[in-house]
Write a protein that binds this ligand. Structure first.
Ligand code: PSU
Ligand code: MN
Length: 307
């Protein structure tokens, strides 16, 4: 009989045994969010950035039906290059295991797995959220409901403006997900520094975020996530005019080609990458690496605070 328990990569097992900080990383950005062949290079750069900032990376995904926390390099390469990698949210995990599938985990699934594995900090690019046509299609990412019940800090650059940013913030409020800007109260729109909305709170240092984790654990009142929104500096954002034009054409193509459901996000991402001649990809990579560095510094602060 196959054992379906979570498997740990050796590097993660060692780090946990030694009490060293660990940062969770998702695999959907690798398999479905970034174009080949850059995705493999970027996946490796993300892990290296976490190491350079003092923590151990644990990239999470599914290989042959097993959930792996801490994919090794060959497994990351497989998820980056294989054509038939499923996109797994929380509800897909046990079905995909039964099918012995290979799969990439979304923010929802990665958060849930990381929390189950006792990992408290997770770095990604952007969250899923409420889609622009959600009032008709009901398309709202399961990232939001998963974060409502998962005690983890997600370092991200907000949500992409391909989504309804305001509605996403409203849903996060309803669901009881904590939201704070990192050194800002303006919620970022991923490629663009300012997504057009304020958030109530700002946290200013890795130590302050570590205090959030401690407070949440000691209060024992809430078990939801913290979305820590880390905007790009203004001079590093995608040119807002190019951004708006690309968004407009992407949304038009979506409706022309009748693309719906979980294919929407990958379609719009690849439209951005191809029609900005690589500029959005460059921006995307910068975002992920910055978030990975910050997440590592938070994990380090959280680990030394608990010693
Ligand atoms: N947003 C991005 N890049 C991504 C994703 C979201 O800017 O790669 C991925 C994440 O893995 C996220 C998932 O969890 O898409 C959300 O997909 P859906 O909207 O189908 O829930
Ligand atoms: Mn969806």
């Amino acid at each position: 009989m196959t054992d379906f328990a979570i498997r740990y990569g050796d590097h993660v097992t060692r780090a946990r045994r030694d009490g060293r900080p660990v940062v969770a990383l998702e695999s959907t950005i690798i398999s479905h969010g970034l174009p080949h062949p850059d995705n493999l290079r970027v996946a490796r750069e993300i892990e290296q950035t976490v190491r350079d900032n003092g923590a151990e990376p644990a990239t999470i995904g599914m290989i042959g039906g097993e959930i792996v926390v801490g994919l090794d390099d060959a497994q990351v390469e497989h998820l980056a290059l294989a054509q038939d990698v499923a996109k797994l949210s929380v509800r897909d995990l046990a079905i995909a295991a039964a099918r012995r599938a290979d799969g990439a985990t979304t923010v929802a699934a990665t958060s849930a797995i990381a929390a189950a594995a006792g990992i408290g900090v997770f770095a990604t690019g952007g969250l899923g959220g409420v889609h622009r046509e959600a009032s008709v299609t009901f398309d709202e990412s399961a990232d939001l409901t998963a974060l409502a019940r998962t005690p983890i800090v997600v370092v991200c650059a907000g949500v992409k403006s391909i989504l309804d940013v305001g509605a996403t913030l409203e849903r996060l409020e309803t669901l009881g997900v904590s939201v704070a800007g990192y050194r800002t109260t303006r919620f970022p729109g991923f490629f663009i520094t300012d997504g057009g909305f304020d958030v109530d709170w700002q946290l200013d240092s890795p130590e302050q975020v570590a205090d959030f984790i401690r407070a949440r654990d000691e209060q024992r009142v809430t078990e939801g996530a913290l979305v820590l929104a880390n905007p790009l500096p203004r001079d590093e954002q995608l040119d807002p005019e190019l951004h708006d034009r690309t968004l407009e054409s992407g949304l038009r193509l979506l409706s022309e080609q009748n693309i719906t459901g979980k294919a929407v996000t990958p379609f719009l991402l690849s439209h951005f990458h191809s029609s900005t001649e690589g500029k959005s990809l460059e921006t995307n990579i910068r975002i992920i690496l910055r978030n990975s560095a910050l997440a590592a510094r938070i994990a380090v602060a959280a680990t030394s605070g608990s010693a």
